[in-house]
Design a protein around this ligand. Structure first.
Ligand SMILES: [Zn+2]
Length: 237
C-alpha cells in the first residue's frame, strides 16, 4: 500500500513538471500551447523541442499557423480579430483568430497603487512600466497580507508589483515577454531585484543580460497565474 501510493505520488509529480495546456513560444515566437505531440498532430498542429518548461519526451510546444481559412491559432486574449472555437489544438482559450495582428492590451490606464504599504520604489517602478507600455497593463497588484520577513514574497513587504497583462486573472497571454525583457533592460532605473514571466526568472543580483528564453526555469506551480502566464512579477530592491 505504501509503495503503491508512493508511485502514485511520483507519477503525479512527473506529470506536473510540464505545464500542459499553458502557453509557450513556438518557432518564430508564434503563440503555442504545451501539449502531447500526439494530440497536437491529431489537431493539425506542429511541435518544436525545448520550448515547454521541462519538456518530457511527449510534451512539446504546439503551434498551428493557419486555421479556418486565413486564421491563425493564438490565445484569445491576444487576438485582435474574432476568435473561433474548434479549429485549434489545446484548451478552449487557444482559438482560431481571424486577424494576423496581435491584440496585446488595449486596456485603460490601470490604477497606480499609492505609496504607503506599497513602497515608493514599487510605485515608481509600476509607473515607469505602465508609461513604457501604454495599454498593455490592465491591473497592478502590490501588497499582499503576509509577514514581511526573509523567505517570504516581496509582496509581503510592498516591494513587488504584479503587472497583469491579459484580459483577466488566470487568462493566458504571450504578451508579457516583451514587458519582462524591458524590465530587465531597465533594471537600474527600476531598482530591480528580479523579474518573473512565463515560468522563468531573471535575477538582477546574479544573472547576465539575456533573452527571456535563456532565463532560469521555475517549477510548475500548478496554474496560469502561479506560473506567471497572465502577469509579469517585478520585485524591487
Ligand atoms: Zn507577484
Amino acid at each position: 500500500m505504501m509503495i503503491r501510493s508512493l508511485f502514485a505520488t511520483l507519477a503525479a509529480a512527473t506529470v506536473a513538471i510540464a505545464a500542459v495546456n499553458e502557453p509557450c513560444y513556438g518557432s518564430g515566437g508564434r503563440a503555442g500551447v504545451c501539449m502531447t505531440t500526439s494530440k497536437c498532430s491529431a489537431d493539425g498542429g506542429t511541435t518544436i523541442n525545448g520550448a515547454c518548461p521541462s519538456d518530457p519526451d511527449n510534451v512539446k510546444c504546439c503551434t498551428k499557423a493557419s486555421c479556418n481559412s486565413g486564421g491563425n491559432c493564438r490565445w484569445k486574449s491576444d487576438c485582435a480579430g474574432t476568435a473561433a472555437s474548434g479549429f485549434c489544438p489545446g484548451p478552449s482559450q487557444f482559438k482560431c483568430c481571424s486577424s494576423s495582428a496581435t491584440g496585446f492590451g488595449g486596456y485603460s490606464a490601470p490604477r497606480i497603487p499609492s505609496v504607503g504599504s506599497c513602497k515608493k520604489v514599487a510605485v515608481d517602478g509600476a509607473k515607469m512600466i505602465v508609461a513604457a507600455w501604454p495599454g498593455r497593463v490592465r491591473e497592478i497588484g502590490c501588497v499582499r497580507d503576509c509577514s514581511c520577513s526573509s523567505g517570504n514574497s516581496d509582496h509581503c513587504c510592498g516591494k513587488a508589483t504584479d503587472m497583469m497583462c491579459s484580459d483577466g486573472g488566470g487568462v493566458p497571454t504571450v504578451s508579457g515577454k516583451q514587458i519582462a525583457e524591458w524590465v530587465m533592460n531597465n533594471r537600474g532605473a527600476l531598482n530591480l531585484k528580479y523579474v518573473i514571466w512565463g515560468q522563468r526568472i531573471w535575477d538582477a543580483r546574479s544573472d547576465s543580460v539575456k533573452g527571456w528564453d535563456k532565463w532560469k526555469k521555475m517549477e510548475d506551480r500548478g496554474d496560469v497565474t502561479a506560473n506567471h502566464w497572465d502577469h509579469v512579477h517585478v520585485s524591487y530592491k
